[in-house]
Design a protein around this ligand. Structure first.
Ligand code: NZQ
Ligand code: ZN
Length: 390
């Protein structure tokens, strides 16, 4: 078990009757707010009106950045930063899924730079310690952005999708009302659910020597939660228990509770971010395609016991002394979950993706070095995994 520091200052209002606390939380910070949202789902489901009314009634002045794209662009974040500078905005209020929250974080960071351009921060890997405060109202259980210190920003001109990190990017307050995710399309529910699952399996569960039993059990509980509740939420979009379990799992997966003392990996995320950067696909779907193939690729005598444990603890497979056979069954169970239960198409070719950029993507994903984790992977390995996904 490694030494660790745990510090997550995000305050979460979770549940049905919490949005009334929004004005008081805003007024602790200021009165001039930039509302950031996506392509209109919050207008259709009434959340926009609820929030706007609350802010108007409490004398909070609002400005807007709308139209944030899934896989949010640096250019959109820059537009928001210019509004912040011009209008002397006190805080950025994100209402939406991970893309909207990430964009709001990009806005918040860029607003405090001289030129208001987020891309130099992103491309230079700057750790952000200074940003406008962000409050997040979550509408999609998926990325964990609502309580983590990361914003994934895309530059479609250069085919780059990169995580911007920093302590100042953790939302100061998050509102998580599972009801706000009732209107989520089935496909997005499935993609979001697999993103949560993958944050655990990719980042820490299989990242290396995990000797912290309690944390392993926590990680497995979060993955089991996704396996149990995602199909329910897909069939019954207004099932509160299902949406609530997924929403809290989303936050737990990346709020650093689960990575205490562990080794970090994230091979699948690096592989997937390249796919989104080149082809603008939905993040969770890309992960679902990549993950079982990654497991197949790294399976050997050394990795088999950890993969076998996944099958037993998360998918309820029978205990076995034959770790290799158990690991193979675990990968089958995971594939079945991704492609049958969640109904996500299994191949990159289903998304219109061919081999044309595999080499570039593989080299970029490992930045000329190796990705750490259960097994170290270089560009040749990653290219092979992409080929297995075709
Ligand atoms: O744009 P609107 O109209 O809001 O529609 C969105 C969008 O089309 C829709 N949606 C969201 N909530 C809804 C809803 N539609 C109806 N009802 C609702 N309640 O769903 C679509 C997808 O939304 P998006 O925000 O893109 O999805 P998600 O939450 O999965 O976010 C994905 C982005 O987050 C990044 C991904 O790479 C991707 O760019 N990630 C961020 C991370 C982080 N900050 O820590 C980590 C993740 O690993 C991930 O990389
Ligand atoms: Zn993710």
């Amino acid at each position: 078990m490694n030494d660790f520091i745990f510090h997550n200052p995000a305050k979460v209002y979770f549940g049905k009757n919490q949005i009334g606390h929004l004005p008081e939380e805003i007024l602790k910070i200021g009165k001039r707010v930039l509302m950031v949202y996506g392509g209109g789902s919050i207008k259709k489901n009434g959340l926009y009106d609820t929030v706007k009314k609350l802010l108007d009634e409490n004398g909070i002045e609002t400005f807007e950045l709308s139209g944030v794209e899934p896989n949010p662009r640096h250019t959109t974040a820059n537009k928001g930063a210019q509004i912040c500078k011009k209008e002397k905005i006190d805080l950025v209020l994100a209402i939406g899924g991970g893309s909207t929250i990430d964009c709001a974080k990009g806005v918040a960071a860029a607003a405090l730079t001289d030129d208001g351009d987020v891309w130099p921060l992103v491309s230079n890997g700057v750790w952000v310690t200074k940003a406008l405060p962000v409050i997040a109202i979550l509408t999609n259980a998926a990325t964990g952005s609502e309580t983590d210190g990361w914003a994934v920003i895309s530059n479609m001109e250069t085919n780059e999708k990169i995580g911007l990190g920093g302590s100042a990017l953790i939302p100061v307050v998050a509102f998580e009302n599972p009801e706000y995710s009732y209107t989520l399309p089935t496909y997005q529910t499935a993609c979001g659910a697999f993103d949560i699952f993958n944050h655990v399996i990719d980042n820490y569960y299989l990242a290396g020597d995990a000797t912290f039993d309690m944390i392993l059990e926590f990680q497995e509980a979060v993955m089991r939660t996704v396996v149990k509740w995602a199909p329910v939420a897909m069939k019954e979009p207004e099932n509160y228990e299902a949406r609530a379990n997924l929403m809290w799992a989303s936050s737990m997966a990346l709020n650093t509770v689960l990575d205490a003392g562990t080794v970090h990996g994230c091979a699948c995320h690096l592989l997937e971010h390249e796919l989104s950067a080149y082809y603008d696909i939905t993040h969770g779907h890309g992960l679902a395609i990549v993950t079982p193939r990654w497991l197949k690729y790294i399976l050997d005598e050394k990795t088999a016991p950890a993969i076998c444990r996944l099958g037993v603890k998360v998918f309820g497979l029978a205990e076995t002394t034959d770790a290799m056979a158990g690991a193979e069954k675990a990968i089958e169970a995971l594939s079945d979950f991704c492609f049958n239960t969640l109904g996500l198409k299994p191949n990159l070719s289903d998304l219109g993706i061919g081999t044309e950029h595999f080499r570039d993507m593989a080299e970029h994903a490992c930045a000329g070095g190796k990705i750490s984790g259960l097994k170290e992977l270089g560009a040749d390995d990653l290219e092979e995994i992409y080929k297995m996904c075709l």
